[in-house]
Structure formats: C-alpha cells, structure tokens
Design a protein around this ligand. Structure first.
Ligand code: NIG
Ligand code: FE
Length: 429
C-alpha cells in the first residue's frame, strides 16, 4: 500500500500506546518500546507502526526519512499553559529572588494582575505576535499540542480577545491548541474586595459569552473540547466560588479542570474529582485521602514541577505517591510569565525525574499519552498508534531515558505534525 511518508531505521520507537485511556500506576512504566522500527504515515495520521520488517512489507512511499538509528517518540502534549499575555514579570523575578512570596505579590496588585494590565492594553495583533513566538519555542522543544488558558483579561472583552488569539493561532501555527476559559484566575482590580460580585460577573456574563464564542468557533466544529478552569486558592477563589463557576460552566456544556492545592488545601481536589473534572492541576497540597479518590476516578492529576523549580522550592507535589497509589499523572510546563516562564516539556520531565522521583518511562508517559487525556484529546494525539494524528519527534538520542537525563539543551532534531515536517534539523545547520 502507498503511504505519504515512511520513517525508517528507527533504533528505538517509543509509542506510549495505551489502547484509548490514560496510563495509571504501574502502567506508567511501560512506554511501548519497539526496537528496529518503522512508521508509515498517510493522510496526516499513523497508518502503520511496528517492527521495520513488518511495516515495510506492507507500506511503500516515495518520501522516506531514514532516522539513522535514532529515537522516535510522540510529540509532547503540554496540558496546562498560560501563553497568551503581554509584557513580562522580570521585576517580580527579582523580588522573588530577594524572598517575596507569590501570593503576597498577588494580594498587592502585582503578579497575575500586572500581566492583566498589560494584556488589556495589548492589541490583538501584538498578542498574536508574542504568543506565536512562545509557540515556536514550544514546538522547537517537541510540543505538538498544547492546552492554552485565558485569564489575563478578567473582563469580558479581553477574555474574548484572548480566545480569539487562541483560535487564530490554532489555525495558523503548527501546534494544535485546546482552549480553556479561566476568567476565574484572579480578582481584577475593579472588583478588589468584592470577589463574590466578580464571580456573579463570571457566571452571569463571561461564561455564557465564552460558550457562544465556542459554538461558532472552529474548535466546536472539530469537536475540540472547551474547558472552564478556576484558580481555587487563598487570595483567589474559595471552594464555594469555585463550585458556582463549575455549576454554570457544566450546565452550559464546558468540560472542567481546576488549579487546586498549589499552595493551600481548600478541598478543591476532592470537589473537582467529585464533579468529574478532566484534570486537576498543581496538587502540591493534596491530601492522602484525595490521592486515593483521584486514583479511583477518571480525572488526570497534572503536576507542575517547573513552578516549584521557578520558585526555588525544594518541596514538590508528591507525584511518586500518586503513581504508587494508582493515579494517572501528567506533567506540564504551566508556561506563563510569573510562576513558570518555561516552554520546555523536556525540562519539566527532567525536574519531575529528579525531584518527584518519576522514572524516565513514567515522565515520558506523563508528558505524552497522559497529558493528552488531561487536555481532553487523548483519542487523537499523545501516542504513536494507528489512527492517531501523526505527531512525533526525532531526537538525537538512542535511548528514551536520555530525554530526561540530559537537560538544559535541546535533543529534538525533527518534529512532524499531522504527517508534515514542521521542524527540520537541516534548517538549523
Ligand atoms: O498555574 N496559579 C495560578 N496561575 C498560574 C500562574 C499565572 C501567573 O503567575 O501569571 C499558575 O501557576
Ligand atoms: Fe496555571
């Protein structure tokens, strides 16, 4: 049979194949390794995957990439990012080095709120330009799908502007995007001290308008999910406010996820699991009982080691215990200007291995197949399996453990998105 592209001479093919669900507990040790492998790609999807002799006896193509014995793995899926924003937080970076606390900075009108001011002022075009640069960096590091949140507008107009930026970049950039509406990210300055009134605005106006935007967007046409998210935390939104947002959002048709237990345990994890959140994210302060509940649920736990690293913390979410308890765990960069200015999934994996004691296989599944389920697109991407989108990367490595072992550089030489070469090592030399 004819393929559009054959990838041959793969020394190690890491498929992360899962048969249609996230991997949990000890399943995360299995990366679906195939030695001496080949891949056939047709119509933007994987058509043949396996031992080279088996694949090449069925598939032919005029287009062949011989990877010279190197490693091929799925494109990374980043399940939690805040990349649509203007400005930077360089002053805050210095303040934190000198000992300032993230939640105190937020309480004093800095942090997220300082990015809100800049993002409100920014034109659509400026946001596109700056966010495109961030997506370029992510793609260079091997990310082929990313969830992207709003949450630096905190008024209807700017939140919708951010959604439009996400839609335009999904259309025009190689990285596929999944939109998340995070109007409940922080209390905007004009509502300071009146959080409940802001939640009234989120529930009564912003969520319904965002939902109508979604219904006429390309995302709904392609059945990409639309998420609502809440920052359930001290100085942000408490459990009751979180539950109000969830209720309205779920009634409208949103899928939900939440920032929970980043600093303080407000009961957000237990609540979000009960409400069938697709993912719960951060989890530094999650309790052992909640870890058990997570293990019995379909919710994916997203840990964000880049945030701890950026804050110079030595304590991390206990992902080791979560996996040992049988949870499905994903990792993300949380790429944002404040708590994690990091575009690199390999960096997130490298930290997860060292500080959260994930083995390389667990980290790789967390960054690919489990991350795809955390972003609600597990049936489309996240593993190299026949029928899925042909998203993969070729790395300058012979063993997948090298991807986490080495850090600070970039081992990705080629990225293929939907069967098309979008990063090519030859362009760089
Ligand atoms: O995931 N926790 C809240 N939101 C982001 C930080 C965003 C920011 O600092 O600008 C997070 O860490
Ligand atoms: Fe976040």
């Amino acid at each position: 049979m004819n393929a559009d592209l054959l990838i041959t001479n793969i020394g190690q093919l890491v498929t992360c194949a899962s048969g249609g669900r996230p991997k949990r507990g000890s399943e995360m040790l299995d990366v679906g390794l195939i030695g001496n492998a080949a891949i056939a790609i047709k119509d933007g999807g994987f058509a043949g995957v396996g031992r080279a002799d088996a694949v090449l006896s069925v598939w032919r193509s005029e287009e062949v990439i011989d990877v010279g014995g190197r490693l091929v793995c799925p494109g990374y899926v980043d399940p939690h990012t805040h990349i649509v924003y203007a400005g930077d937080r360089l002053n805050e970076f210095e303040l934190k080095i000198k000992g300032a606390d993230y939640l105190e900075i937020l309480e004093n009108g800095g942090g997220i709120i300082s990015t809100v001011r800049k993002t409100r002022e920014a034109s659509f075009e400026l946001l596109i330009e700056q966010t495109r640069d961030r997506l370029d960096k992510m793609l260079t590091c091997g990310t082929t799908t990313a969830e992207v949140k709003t949450g630096y507008g905190l008024d209807t107009e700017t939140e919708l502007k951010m959604l439009q930026v996400i839609e335009e970049l999904d259309r025009s950039h190689a990285v596929d995007l999944v939109p998340t509406f995070l109007a409940a990210h922080a209390v905007p300055p004009e509502f300071k001290g009146r959080t409940d009134e802001y939640v009234d605005r989120v529930c009564g106006e912003m969520l319904p308008k965002a939902w109508s935007w979604y219904q006429s967007s390309g995302f709904s046409e392609r059945q990409t999910p639309f998420f609502a998210d809440v920052f359930c935390e001290k100085n942000a939104f408490d459990l009751i406010q979180t539950s109000r947002v969830f209720e309205i959002a779920q009634n409208l048709g949103f899928h939900v996820k939440a920032h929970v237990d980043q600093f303080t345990n407000l009961g957000g994890s237990a609540f979000a699991i009960e409400k069938r959140a697709v993912s719960i994210d951060h989890l530094d302060a999650i309790s052992d009982i909640e870890i058990k509940e997570l293990s019995r649920s379909a919710t994916v736990g997203v840990v964000i080691p880049t945030e701890n690293f950026n804050a110079g913390k030595t304590k991390f979410a206990n992902a080791r215990r979560m996996i040992d308890t049988g949870c499905a765990i994903a990792v993300s960069t949380d790429y944002n200007p404040g708590s994690a200015p990091c575009p690199s999934m390999p960096m997130a994996m490298a930290i997860a291995c060292r500080y959260q004691k994930l083995l390389p296989a667990e980290a790789l599944n967390a960054a690919t197949i489990n991350a795809s389920f955390a972003a609600g697109v597990g049936d489309l991407v996240g593993s190299i399996e026949v029928g899925k989108k042909a998203d993969l990367l070729i790395a300058d490595a012979e063993d997948y453990r090298q991807l986490m072992y080495e850090f600070g550089g970039n081992q990705v030489t080629t990225v293929i998105k939907s069967g098309r070469v979008v990063i090519d090592e030859r362009d760089r030399s």
